[in-house]
Design a protein around this ligand. Structure first.
Ligand code: IPM
Ligand code: MN
Length: 359
């Protein structure tokens, strides 16, 4: 029997509510597939910080290294200044555990409404591979002459060849594995960021020609890509890009696939411990109301299973979500829709868990 140890980071706001449902579905699917899942929960987040002043102890990172995967709810607390928890927990885990890939599928499921007129599930199915460890997020920079009219602020976009190469390699491999149109699009800004995206573009073509000649290579500037993602999302198979652009275009991607209630992502270290999360945030306004959509977190759980090599169990989770979405029980994915439907976060979790267990 395959057995896995998963660290749970429920985090802030509605994080604990959605993660509970995500775990419920994992456990429901584990049994029929002969998988044992052991979980351990950590209370890193705003409440712990406010009570103890501690964001994430060094021992926490060391412990997290001992798990097969990390499953995160959400980070961000209304009483904590923005940046402290995001940098101290989310970004620290990504960086220190070298989760250098942020994999964000953009897939429109049947029964889900996209704001893009005339497009359906056949048109919206691509993956963004966001570099997750460097670029503008490296944190190099500073402020001089603070508070004067001559103040200077610098924030450096930093990339080494190795950081670019390892991300590109993962993106090429992802493209081969998906086997859709076998097209990898590099999203950059070579007309203005003539150093960093020059490096990306050279590395992209060199690696593609030498190691992945079967993968078609395409390039688009980031501003143009936001346009095409809305106008012709069917053009895309896999998009690879740097950290900052990836952050921005994946929020657009989330909207294109139906909203934050459904978008999930994986912070991947291909040789280490990876972390899976719904990308919607902590939604403080709805905390404790049991009205937030747990689907995004369930999809993050699907990615977790897939990453562990439990592809059949992962597929089963996806099928259960699709069956739920197609059942017409929900008129939409927002908290408002969930209330309208007379459902709760935990009831949706129950329904999907039952579907997943039954197969
Ligand atoms: C994301 C988030 C984070 C990011 C924030 C919370 C630091 O927006 O996961 O996309 O910028 O990466
Ligand atoms: Mn973001």
């Amino acid at each position: 029997m395959a057995s896995y140890r998963i660290a749970l980071l429920p985090g802030d706001g509605t994080g604990p509510e959605v993660l509970r449902e995500g775990v419920k579905v994992l456990q429901a699917v584990a049994h029929p597939f002969g998988i044992a899942i052991e979980t351990m929960s950590y209370d890193f987040g705003g409440d712990r910080y406010l009570a103890t002043g501690e964001v994430l102890p060094d021992s926490g990172i060391d412990e997290l290294r001992g798990y097969d995967a990390i499953y995160l709810g959400a980070i961000g607390h209304p009483q904590v200044k923005p940046g402290i928890l995001e940098k101290g927990i989310l970004l620290r885990i990504r960086f220190e555990m070298d989760q250098y890939i942020n994999l964000r599928p953009v897939k429109l499921y049947p029964g889900v409404e996209t704001p893009i007129k005339g497009k359906g599930p056949d048109d919206i199915d691509f993956v963004v591979v966001r570099e997750n460890s460097a670029g503008l997020y490296t944190g190099l920079g500073g402020i001089a002459r603070k508070g004067t009219p001559y103040e200077v602020a610098v924030q450096e976009m930093v990339y080494t060849r190795n950081e670019v190469d390892r991300c590109l390699r993962y993106a090429f491999q992802t493209t081969q594995k998906r086997n859709k149109t076998n097209t990898l699009t590099l999203c950059g800004k070579t007309n203005v960021l003539t150093y960093v995206y020059d490096l990306w573009e050279r590395a992209f073509h060199e690696m593609g020609a030498a190691e992945f000649p079967d993968v078609k290579r395409d390039y688009a500037h980031v501003d143009a890509i936001t346009m095409w993602m809305v106008k012709n999302p069917e053009w895309f198979d896999v998009i690879v890009t740097g950290n900052m652009f990836g952050d921005i275009i994946t929020d657009l991607g989330a909207m294109v696939q139906g909203g934050m209630g459904i978008a999930a992502g994986a912070n991947v270290n291909p040789d280490g411990v990876s972390m899976f999360e719904p990308i919607g945030g902590s939604a403080p306004k709805y905390t404790g109301q049991n009205v937030i959509n747990p689907l995004a977190c369930v999809f993050a759980g699907q990615m977790l299973l897939d990453h562990l090599g439990e592809t059949e169990a992962a597929d089963r989770v996806e099928q259960a979500c699709v069956a739920f979405l197609e059942s017409g029980k929900l008129p939409g994915l927002s908290a408002k829709h969930i209330k309208e439907a007379g459902l709760t976060t935990s009831q949706i979790g129950d329904i999907i868990a039952d579907l997943a267990a039954a197969g």
